[in-house]
Design a protein around this ligand. Structure first.
Ligand code: FES
Length: 106
């Protein structure tokens, strides 16, 4: 049965504008991105060759994997070459100054 778990990953002020931060929740490595005042959460794993994304770079609306150059849209997870598979995105919100990530499990 599907369920969801909510995780407080830190104060919003811990995440600087334009930053990519690695966090671990429930033994899962995630990255938290802050861009244009919004927070995004995703696995710390590129869908191309599974290298980490926390050492990547941000472009407007996208995170770029530095290993072979794939980019992923921060709103949709849509990839560019050489990745073909969408990046999973987790719901990330700011609640009373805290960043909260919700993970759905099947
Ligand atoms: S591992 Fe990310 S582009 Fe290849």
């Amino acid at each position: 049965m599907a369920s969801e778990s909510r995780h407080d990953v830190g104060a919003e002020t811990d995440f600087a504008e334009g930053s990519i931060t690695k966090v671990t929740v429930d033994d899962r490595d995630l990255v938290i991105v802050k861009q244009d005042g919004r927070v995004y959460a995703m696995p710390d794993r590129c869908t191309h060759a599974k290298y980490p994304l926390h050492d990547g770079e941000l472009e407007a609306g996208k995170i770029k994997c530095i290993h072979h150059g794939a980019t992923f849209d921060l709103e949709s997870g849509k990839p560019t070459m050489p990745a073909f598979k969408k990046l999973e995105l987790f719901d990330a919100t700011v609640e009373e100054g805290r960043v909260v990530v919700t993970i759905q499990t099947a």
